[in-house]
Design a protein around this ligand. Structure first.
Ligand code: ADP
Ligand code: F6P
Length: 355
């Protein structure tokens, strides 16, 4: 088994609250095992360019509570090229980095899988507000993002109640409606629209607003996920005002939801996942993503995780399942069905409680 002396850590893709707590956990766990730690700045761009600094225990002091990422993040198209990969591997050799913990979303994991193939063992940590990594119940940053939406929507509700208005609120999540759905329940939204269960028409929302107005309701919150496209919210806003007579405003929370101090749950998740990632690497396991399943921290192969995502999103391509056994495919299908069932239940809850 390879003896690890130096590991690198990077954050890549969209930042997420809790990334710093993960950086701290990785650093301190590695140092506790007498392994040197190298902070790689600006994700794969810093790996290509050698923007790297050796970390001591004190370099990660006072960051467990901080949003963003002290390592900064980047989208790095060059890393997808052979030349970019060659330069990244050269940097690892130059610094003597024998393994990397990469914190980010599915794009970051694709990069980590490539790097592992090129001889640098990598472990991925799911850091994204979107919660769109199907193999884990929760991603680092998701809980904070939901809580931020709740805080913002509670404020909008106050002013809607005073003025008898409706507010359509667009929240982030890329192709996933997880943030919108959970925040919708927590804020008592009249309706939630997510890409997983697209509406046949907007009429059901219009009807619900009219019905609940008749029942004496004054404030109406409709949460829409950005996955429906950025035109969807403003168009729905106009339609609601026109067809219900309720004055309606539109708010796009955008990157507000990606910043801020991480919640307790995100800090704890990031800390235990970070510790777990280093232990996996030191025990010789790589090309994996650390996941939380039923309150247990486990790891899963990166390709398995990426293909599971495609299966869940009905985006499988020819040949995607060729490398997997019948048992693995059955397990993946069960996993997707369970997640769809859970989302459907939450969706129905909004419907029943939002009157
Ligand atoms: P996220 O990790 O949040 O999904 P991105 O999709 O932007 O964010 O991916 C982050 C970075 O990961 C990209 O800028 C690129 O450097 C790297 N990456 C993404 N896809 C691949 C790929 N197919 N092969 C190698 N690297 C990739
Ligand atoms: O993946 C995180 C995320 O914030 C998504 O919710 C959103 O679609 C995207 O990143 C925004 O990316 P950018 O930082 O490039 O605006």
């Amino acid at each position: 088994m390879q003896k690890f002396k130096k590991i690198g850590i990077l954050t890549s893709g969209g930042d997420a609250p809790g990334m710093n707590a993960a950086i701290r956990a990785v650093t301190r766990t590695a140092l506790a095992h007498n392994v040197e730690v190298y902070g790689i700045y600006r994700g794969y761009s810093g790996l290509i360019g050698g923007d790297i600094k050796q970390f001591s225990i004190r370099d990660v002091s006072n960051i467990v509570n901080r949003g963003g990422t002290i390592l900064y993040s980047d989208r790095c198209p060059e890393f997808k090229t052979e030349e970019g990969m060659r330069r990244a591997v050269d940097t690892c050799h130059r610094f003597g980095i024998d393994g990397i913990v990469a914190i980010g979303g599915d794009g970051t994991f694709r990069g980590a899988a490539d790097l592992t193939k090129h001889g640098i063992p990598c472990v991925g940590l799911p850091g994204t507000i979107d919660n769109d990594i199907t193999s884990t119940d929760n991603t680092i940053g998701f809980d904070t993002a939901m809580n931020t939406v709740v805080e913002m929507v509670d404020r909008l509700r106050d002013t809607c109640e005073s003025h008898a208005r409706c507010n359509v609120v667009e929240v982030m999540g890329r192709g996933a409606g997880d943030i919108a759905l959970q925040a919708g329940i927590a804020t008592g939204a009249t309706a939630v629209v997510i890409p997983e269960f697209p509406l046949e028409s907007n009429e059901s929302i219009i009807k619900k607003i009219k019905d609940s107005k008749r029942l004496g309701k004054r404030n109406f919150i409709v949460i829409v996920s950005e996955g429906l496209g950025h035109d969807f919210g403003p168009a729905l806003t106009e339609q609601i005002e026109h067809e219900t007579g309720v004055e309606t405003r539109f708010a796009c929370l955008a990157h507000v939801v990606r910043g801020g101090s991480p919640t307790l749950r995100d800090r704890v998740l990031a800390s235990i996942m970070g510790e777990f990632a280093v232990k996996e690497l030191l025990e010789g396991r790589s090309d994996i993503v650390v996941c939380e399943r039923n309150n247990q921290i486990v790891s899963t192969n990166i390709r398995y995780s990426l293909i599971l995502d495609r299966m869940y999103k009905n985006k499988l391509k020819d040949g995607d399942l060729d490398d997997f056994s019948a048992e693995e495919i059955a397990e993946m299908k069960a996993f997707c069905e369970e997640k769809t069932r859970d989302m459907r239940k939450l969706y129905n809850t909004v419907d029943i409680l939002g009157l």
